[in-house]
Write a protein that binds this ligand. Structure first.
Ligand code: KIV
Length: 268
């Protein structure tokens, strides 16, 4: 994809209702390069790196310095796709001033083009509005919001029932009014995601939210089949690279032990 025009926030907004937006979560230059070359529109340095990279049990464990390290690494692998970096837990919840300061650090130290943060309450919308006012594009995130996993009682589908569904639509409109350029919908019934998508003018990007969203996002190691036996219903595993990697390392072990590696071709 090198040489093609870099994708901007405006390009993504213009895709509302048109060609589907494709985003992956990736955390370093190597995976970002593969995704960029494969033609994704956006790369999210998600705080899911807590689970995928650091082996933690929740995204609450990611710090600002850690996401900045990974964001800067992914930036170096990303030539065309829009780079979005997650704002970690405790970098925007306490005050809108925190949100502005920390969004500024992420933009300055990673080279990202946008940040993402979770929730749609009035306080959260205020933080979004102030970060947008600084000139930093913000992607929202509604439905199952992993930084609230303990309050939500686990990774479960959100927005079930009339009242919860309406509340989610209200949150999405509030984020749109605050200036968010898109909204991730995670673990939301497909019918509700369709209503949210209809209700706002900015694109929705779904994960476990059905086919009506304006785009889809998956975590790259999940879709590559590298994340153990993680196989929730929403995930399609497009490859089984974890198995392939294990087989390759097992072969290296065997050949080293039986002396067939290195052979003449791999020696000086
Ligand atoms: O952290 C992440 O990777 C995310 C996506 C799953 C949307 O928030």
């Amino acid at each position: 994809m090198t040489g093609e025009k870099a994708i901007t926030v405006r390009d993504l907004v213009a895709r509302k209702g048109g060609e589907k937006i494709v985003m992956v979560s990736a955390y370093d230059a190597m995976f970002a390069r593969i995704a960029d070359d494969a033609g994704v529109d956006a790369i999210l340095v998600g705080d899911s790196l807590a689970n995928i990279v650091a082996g933690q049990d929740s995204t609450l464990r990611v710090t600002l310095d850690q996401i900045i390290y990974h964001g800067a690494a992914a930036r170096r692998g990303c030539a065309r796709a829009l780079l979005v970096v997650d704002m970690p837990f405790m970098t925007y919840q306490v005050s809108s001033e925190d949100a502005m300061r920390n969004a500024g650090r992420i933009m300055q130290e990673t080279g990202a083009q946008a940040v993402k943060l979770e929730g749609g309450s009035p306080a959260r919308a205020d933080a979004v509005a102030k970060v947008v006012e600084m000139g930093v594009p913000v992607m929202g995130h509604l439905g199952f919001t992993p930084q609230s996993v303990h309050a939500l009682g686990g990774a479960r589908v959100q927005g079930k029932g009339d009242a919860a569904g309406q509340a989610l639509i209200d949150d999405a409109k509030r984020l749109e009014d605050a200036g968010a350029f898109s909204v991730v919908l995670e673990l939301v019934p497909a019918s509700l995601a369709a209503r949210v998508t209809e209700a706002i003018r900015v694109p929705t990007i779904g994960i476990g939210a059905g086919a009506s969203c304006d785009g889809q996002v998956l975590v790259m190691p999940d879709l590559l089949g590298m994340n153990g036996d993680f196989a929730p219903r929403f995930l399609k595993r497009y490859a089984e690279l974890g198995t392939a990697a294990g087989d390759a390392v097992r072969q290296f072990v065997a050949e080293t032990r039986d002396g067939s590696f290195p052979d003449a071709k791999h020696s000086y």
